[in-house]
Design a protein around this ligand. Structure first.
Ligand SMILES: [Zn+2]
Length: 350
């Protein structure tokens, strides 16, 4: 079984719906047993990736009784708790109004129904979420109406494959290492120096409307802690790029040359299934995998707002810098479909 827990191999079978029931029945004990809680978290990540329908009958019992033992990452929660009954929403909202707790906020955020999004908007407007936990999870509360998901819960794994002929990049759906003249309108005047990845949005279910076929993820000079924003024309090419750094890049920052064929390849989008390795709540120990398209942002950092309309931007993809070795940490692409603006960020591992 492709579950690798912190302590080694999978501890429990996950072959039938009854096996998932047995996992749920262990959650009470897991509340006071950290090792069991971690092990179960990996098993539930596997359930989220392979047979989420087996978890559906347990949504209410887990939300109302066993969240303390349910240590599951937010992207997996968004699959397992998606569409949970309104009774779950009422329970969580009542609890959060009396005392804020992250596990309950994440559970409410993961449900994604109209009732849940209305409850979130009420909590945010009443000041119940001072740490902006919902917004960091990718949920935007506008001035009126329910909150909005600025991501799709539908995830696909990003696998890197090498190519023998660089010409293959020009016709690939999701190239890694494109020439900059395929990414920006003015290669001689752009702050972008390194292309990581372009994606065809029509192959990502749940993404917003976008005028161009592809969206791009590229880097300025700088290892980590930057935000690169650009308007995208109907041809997808960037213009009016702006850049912000958490701290100014160092003078001795490594120079890179995007025309270097090093690390060029193509990305392939894979369904979550039992061929991936589930470990530590994620799938990145699967050979060749470098990230996830779709799903929520990683949630450790504030997500960018659109520079033009200020709406929270829509999360497209997050990959490790290993997709095309430069800098370090996570590389994330967001967009505002209303303004046709993209923002790329580089954040540290944690
Ligand atoms: Zn906008």
């Amino acid at each position: 079984m492709p579950i690798k827990t912190y302590t080694g191999a999978a501890a429990f079978p996950v072959d039938t719906a009854d096996d998932v029931t047995a996992l749920v029945e262990l959650l009470g004990r897991a509340a006071t047993d950290e090792r069991l809680r971690n092990d179960l978290g990996d098993h539930f990540a596997f359930v989220a990736g392979t047979r989420p329908e087996w978890f559906r009958p347990h949504q209410e019992a887990v939300v109302t009784g066993f969240l303390d033992g349910f240590d599951v990452t937010f992207d997996n929660l968004c699959v397992l708790l998606n569409g949970a009954p309104d009774r779950c929403v009422e329970h969580l909202e009542r609890r959060l109004r009396s005392r804020w707790s992250y596990p309950e906020a994440w559970a409410l955020a993961a449900i994604g129904t109209e009732a849940a999004l209305t409850a979130i908007a009420g909590l945010v407007r009443d000041g119940a979420d001072p740490g902006k936990e919902f917004e960091d999870s990718g949920i935007w509360t506008p001035a009126t109406g329910p909150a909005q998901y600025r991501f799709t819960p539908h995830r696909q794994a990003v696998e890197l494959q090498t190519v023998s002929d660089p010409a293959e990049l020009l016709t690939a759906d999701h190239p890694v290492g494109l020439p900059l003249d395929q990414v920006v309108r003015r290669p001689e005047a752009t702050p972008a120096v390194w292309h990581y990845l372009s994606l065809r949005l029509d192959q990502l279910p749940g993404m917003p409307d976008w005028s161009a076929d592809r969206v791009h993820l590229a880097s300025p000079k700088g290892s980590v802690g930057w935000t690169l924003t650009a308007a995208a024309g109907p041809d997808g090419l960037w213009h009016d790029e702006t850049i912000a750094f958490d701290e100014p890049p160092r003078d001795d920052e490594t120079e890179v040359d995007n025309s270097d064929p090093r690390g060029t390849g193509i990305a392939v989008l894979r369904q979550y299934d039992s061929d991936l390795a589930y470990s530590n709540g994620h799938i990145l120990s699967t050979p060749g995998l470098v990230g996830t398209a779709g799903g929520p942002p990683i949630g450790l950092y504030p997500n960018p707002h659109c520079r033009s309309c200020d709406r929270l931007m829509f999360h497209v993809v997050t990959v490790q810098n290993y997709i095309r070795e430069y800098g370090h940490g996570w590389r994330t692409l967001y967009l505002c479909e209303q303004c046709q603006i993209t923002t790329c960020t580089a954040t540290n591992w944690n």
